[in-house]
Design a protein around this ligand. Structure first.
Ligand code: VAH
Length: 316
């Protein structure tokens, strides 16, 4: 059975539903700090603080878990507000999961890394798989250290842990949680609700991004790949699209001609400036057939129609 840690998060909630549709509701145990709402309640759920090793081990034993997707973390912007806690949670939770996987000889572990592992001295165009990495956010530092630990536990103890360096993930079915790329989610809600959006990043801030369905497909493809194909045990570069606030606003205006955007950069601008503009993910494409499906135009029309239905449904 599969355990998803952080199942109520932006990625966790959609990934849990996908895993349940693939393996059956009762074979995917969702867990988080708080009770789920909506569809997540349609399967087994456990309240879990992943920093509590005993609780984690008890849940693994109780449900005979063989795979763990560990998605709980404090993201980039939120991490800068409480650096020590962000480091403690992001780092020690991963070490708890890796140690447990080793102890109980779990079959597979999934842990997300991020383009946040790159920093100001990393080449910013077509950032290579192997390159200079000088992250200057606590989140990025914890993800870089985490990648090193994943590779260590694979090499030293044979733990089959797999990882992707996600770009900004853009979806509409779940709310984002404290990231720097969240403007690209917020903009859709504001476009439909207010007709205008004030961006906290400047107009030409290019960032690597990916529609949520592509991110989930990449995760499943990686976890389903035969072991021999996985040559990288730190974390794979994966990419789909790169765009700026100005570009996504322009795409939205094709559907909502009266939509307007203003720019008021805040502390998140410096985080975005430290990250790449685009990513070279040729290793993932070569080794396990990664291929994105959503470009900016398809993502925008998909989100606008999906979110319109969601908001209409909510207002009843
Ligand atoms: C963040 N959404 O903004 C996350 C992600 C690359 C961005 O890691 O922190």
């Amino acid at each position: 059975k599969i355990l998803v840690i952080g199942a109520c998060g932006q990625l966790g909630s959609e990934l849990t539903l996908t895993l349940r549709s693939m393996y059956g509701d009762n074979n995917v145990v969702a867990s988080d700090l708080r009770e789920p709402d909506g569809d997540l309640a349609n399967g087994p759920f456990e309240i879990l603080n992943v920093l509590n090793k005993t609780d984690l081990a008890n849940i693994v034993d109780k449900h005979t878990i063989s795979q763990i997707y560990h998605l709980a973390a404090i993201l980039s912007a939120k991490g800068e507000k409480d650096p020590k806690f962000a480091w403690d949670l992001n780092m020690n939770s991963l070490l708890n999961v890796l140690e447990l996987a080793r102890d109980k000889n779990l079959e597979k572990i999934y842990w997300p890394s991020s383009i946040a592992v790159f920093g100001p001295n990393t080449p910013s165009l077509n950032t290579p798989q192997h390159t200079v990495m000088d992250p200057n956010t606590v989140y990025g530092i914890s993800k870089l250290a985490g990648e090193r630990w994943c590779e260590y536990y694979f090499e030293k103890y044979g733990v089959d842990v797999r990882s992707l360096r996600y770009p900004g993930l853009i979806g509409y079915k779940s709310k984002p949680g404290g990231g720097t790329t969240d403007y690209a989610v917020d903009i859709f809600y504001k476009a439909l609700e207010d007709g205008s959006y004030e961006s906290f990043l400047s107009e030409n801030t290019y960032l690597p991004m990916m529609y949520m369905d592509d991110a989930i497909k990449a995760t499943i493809d990686l976890m389903e790949a035969v072991k021999e194909k996985i040559q990288i045990r730190s974390s794979y570069n994966v990419a789909a699209i790169s765009f700026s606030p100005k570009e996504i606003a322009g795409e939205i205006m094709k559907h909502l001609p009266n939509f307007s955007i203003t720019y008021n950069p805040d502390f998140r601008q410096s985080i975005a400036d430290s990250w790449p503009d685009s990513i070279d993910d040729s290793e993932a494409r070569k080794q396990w057939g990664w291929q994105h499906q959503f470009d900016l135009s398809k993502m925008t029309s998909t989100i606008l129609s999906g979110l319109r239905d969601l908001l209409n449904h909510q207002t009843g």
